[in-house]
Design a protein around this ligand. Structure first.
Ligand code: FES
Length: 110
């Protein structure tokens, strides 16, 4: 696991979903129910940008066809048969980090 700092300008504590674009990865980030959640930028159903979606309780809702995904484990609602990726986050000394899996090549050559 590689921990990457999320720049401060992404960290306004609002319920608006934002797209975080880092050299290593792009993902959605939201302040939801008093905690940060990082998740896939695209909906697995037909590829809509989840940045344009919204949160209802502990779920994010896709703006296209209203698929819903749990923000804790990424599972789609019953009957959807899909899921999104939830990325681990940690806060150290007031800095928020996202955890990304390292691929085999970066482990060998990184
Ligand atoms: S593209 Fe997200 S529900 Fe269809």
């Amino acid at each position: 696991m590689k921990w990457i700092e999320i720049p401060r300008h992404y960290l306004s504590k609002t319920s608006e979903i934002r797209l975080v674009e880092l050299p290593e990865k792009s993902f959605c980030l939201v302040w939801n129910e008093d905690q940060w959640v990082a998740f896939s930028k695209k909906c697995p159903h037909a590829g809509a940008s989840l940045e344009n979606g919204w949160c209802e309780g502990k779920e994010v809702v896709c703006p296209y066809h209203r698929h819903r995904f749990n923000l804790i484990d990424g599972r789609g609602a019953i009957g959807q048969g899909n899921y999104i990726q939830i990325y681990p986050l940690k806060e150290v000394d007031d800095i928020l980090y996202v955890g990304l899996k390292e691929n085999i090549w970066s482990r060998i050559f990184g």
